[in-house]
Design a protein around this ligand. Structure first.
Ligand code: S3P
Length: 435
């Protein structure tokens, strides 16, 4: 298991250009491989998760051709007819997005496939995606609700009206992807709005798709190939923004970051805690996704309550916000965040355990956690628990310890490659490690 020692930072100051957005990259590869004609995507995320999507598409006969520098060209034959049964099980590795979105794609192809993944992915809930796809006409079998997920798709999927039980952009996207070649209309109702990357890209390709903030309605239409430069990943930038917010005297500038409203909750929460957050909006990526430069500067922080409606807008950033909360005066509470228990690990339990070993007063609740700050973080041995976002959260917590107090050790630090292979290099450039 990889270990990495990180000391308290002497400074946190500078600019970080983060890699392309992981969520958008998955969708761009999938849609490019489906839509008839040639699409181009630039600045594709180097995440291992995105590589899993590319490999799974290729294993199903999809034409996904990287040609250097994060650029990929894709050729599809049309929704519902681009892919065929793979010769072997489809390895989604650690990627829930790959498994759930590809379940939707394959459900609408005349194909039989088994989607599998690593031990962590095999513990995550899959019935939430299997149930609506069965109602659209595909056959899906889970192993007691989990992967391996056997999909026997149909060439004639039926439109569906579905109410999501949990707010999930992955499940919503799986249904919409299956709905692209369905007979009739597909409607998805969301309990709380989630990231709408799939809807935006579909609309840019000419889909007949409308959304009113509560439901999305899709009618089959001919789709056009597209060109897209993926904006920077705000979920990667979040760790540096959090570090800058939490350490007095710090500032960080992140240019070219995606600013999809379903993802910008971190900016609002940091601002509410007292940090200075400036956003300079830039040109949208091919008019599909908003993006711009974000500058975060430290200021005295106070605890906040992150309410359930905010949670989907910063779900992947909650570990970073939890670390910021350790430096805030008073109580920070996450409510309605039970989904954290179903991520790459149980992030509620893992965060509380790690924060306590850093000397923080933290408590689990059924659907969230409570952190009382401020705390002087002390060096500790921190387990990433096979979870990339925990590894990065522990790295910024380590950077917040006293530089003269000794190192933190992050166990399983290499897992950052799941979303951000260059994370430790970028962290190093932003901070001066004392040894
Ligand atoms: C994602 C949606 C979220 C998020 C995940 C990526 C996506 O998951 O946590 O990292 O790309 O659609 P859920 O849809 O399960 O909430």
């Amino acid at each position: 298991m990889s270990e990495r020692r990180i000391a308290g930072a002497d400074r946190v100051d500078g600019e970080v250009t983060v890699p392309g957005d992981k969520s958008i990259s998955h969708r761009a590869l999938i849609l490019g491989a489906l839509i008839r004609g040639r699409s181009y995507v630039g600045n594709v995320s180097p995440a291992a998760d995105v590589a899993a999507t590319a490999r799974v598409l290729q294993d199903c006969g999809g034409s996904v051709r990287p040609f250097g520098d994060g650029r990929v060209s894709l050729d599809g034959a049309g929704a519902g007819v681009s892919l065929r049964s793979p010769a072997r099980p489809l390895d989604c590795a650690n990627s829930g997005t790959t498994m759930r979105l590809m379940a939707g794609v394959l459900a609408a192809h005349e194909a039989v496939a088994t989607l599998t993944g690593d031990a962590s992915l095999q513990r995550r809930p899959m019935e939430r995606v299997a149930v609506p796809l069965r109602a659209m006409g595909a056959q899906l079998r889970t192993d007691d609700g989990h992967a391996p997920l056997l999909v026997q798709g149909t060439a004639t999927p039926q439109g569906l009206e579905h109410h999501l039980e949990v707010a999930s952009a992955q499940v919503k996207s799986a249904i919409l992807l299956a709905g692209l070649s369905a007979q009739g209309t597909t409607v998805v109702h969301e309990p709380v709005p989630t990231r709408d990357h799939t809807e935006r890209l579909l609309r840019a390709c000419g889909a007949d798709l409308s959304a009113d903030g509560e439901s999305i309605t899709l009618r089959p239409a001919r789709l056009d190939p597209f060109g897209l430069r993926v904006p920077g990943d705000i979920s990667c930038a979040a760790f540096f923004m959090a570090l800058a917010a939490a350490r007095i005297g710090s500032t960080v500038r992140c240019p070219g970051v995606g600013l999809n409203p379903g993802r910008t909750g971190i900016l609002e929460v940091l601002e509410e805690m007292g940090a200075r957050v400036e956003v300079e909006e830039g040109p949208p990526a091919a008019e599909v996704e908003p993006q711009g430069t974000v500058i975060v500067t430290a200021a005295p922080l106070h605890g906040v309550t992150v309410e359930p409606a905010m949670v989907p807008r910063c779900i992947d950033e909650l570990p970073a916000i939890a670390v910021v909360a350790t430096q805030a005066e008073g109580r920070t509470q996450f409510r309605g965040a039970g989904e954290l228990r179903h991520k790459e690990t149980d992030r509620i339990a893992a965060l509380v355990a790690g924060l306590r070993s850093l000397g923080v007063a933290a408590e689990e609740t059924a659907d969230g956690l409570v952190i009382d700050g401020p705390a002087q973080l002390r060096p500790a041995r921190l387990d990433a628990a096979g979870d990339h976002r925990l590894a990065m959260a522990w790295a910024i917590a380590a950077a917040l310890t006293d530089p003269s107090a000794g190192d933190c050790v992050i166990v399983g630090a290499d897992t950052v490659a799941v979303s951000y292979p260059g994370f430790f290099d970028d962290l190093g450039a932003l901070t001066t490690e004392s040894r």
